[in-house]
Design a protein around this ligand. Sequence first.
Ligand code: FAD
Length: 290
Amino acid sequence: MSDVLTTMAYERARSVPEALTLLAEGGEDTRPISGGQSLVPMMNLGLAAPAFLVDVSGIPALRTIGVDGGHLVVGAAVTHAELTTDPLIAEHAPLLAMAAAHIGSQRIRNRGTIGGSVSHGDAAAELPVSCHVLEADYRVESLGRQEWRPAREFSLGYYQTDLRSGELVTAVRIPLRPRHGWGFHEYSRRAGDFALASAAAGVALDGDRIRSAAVAVTGAADRPLRLEAVERRLTGVTVAEAERVMSGLAAALDVADDPYTKGADRARLIEAMAVRAVRDACADARREQA
Ligand SMILES: Cc1cc2nc3c(=O)[nH]c(=O)nc-3n(C[C@H](O)[C@H](O)[C@H](O)COP(=O)(O)OP(=O)(O)OC[C@H]3O[C@@H](n4cnc5c(N)ncnc54)[C@H](O)[C@@H]3O)c2cc1C
């Protein structure tokens, strides 16, 4: 990339239609910006050089959280900090609050948004892996078009998501699942660092037995990984047996070495985080049953 300074345009959109029009008119080099907590560092490092930024962080329709039929609908510009304090999130998607509390520092959480996080596609990020477990869908809009895309198919690799030029994530939709329990754990070298490994879990109980389980992790691949084999092993066992049926998970994970961590060590961390997340989810589900 050249060091030559180029000009960059910036526009603050007041509505979704205005943002979509600006994105369509701007073309390939136009990017939405929300909290700026990932895009601005990438621009500072020379890894992104958009010609036109469309700021969507102040659009009122993207700042709402509400229940619509059988879903909780979270606007894309809701911040990580708001996820940790909102009463509807606490009631219907407490996993998002647990996960958001681990993101960066309070300063990052005050600006960063759920829409920015799922669009950015950082493989270590807390919200996309939680959205896998929550079976969330993302509303993606462009001029004249709107569709829901499942979170599970949205992450395509390191910093790659199923978004094309002109498209905007406007909401995250989460099915309401009463009487489920949730857990989230992560390991990072220092508080606030991106996690080396994290796990999100959701569990429903029938008495003392696990009726259904959803478990997803980061650290194992270039995107969040749903542990379907573990989910099958957990289904039907008692809460007391959960840890035993998860042991050996690390050996089944194929985690590559990287400059900082051996793959086998990271796999053991992932197993430990998954066991803790499931343990917490079971305890939470028991409280929901009581
Ligand atoms: C020091 C530091 C520590 C951090 N630690 C963590 C951490 O531990 N965990 C973590 O998950 N994140 C972490 N982050 C990143 C932070 O959470 C970001 O807030 C988040 O990744 C992106 O949200 P944003 O709203 O800031 O997005 P932006 O930076 O505004 O945008 C990010 C990308 O998404 C696109 N985009 C933004 N909004 C939309 C939208 N609505 N629709 C379509 N595309 C959109 C942008 O074009 C850009 O490509 C950290 C950041 C910093 C600077």
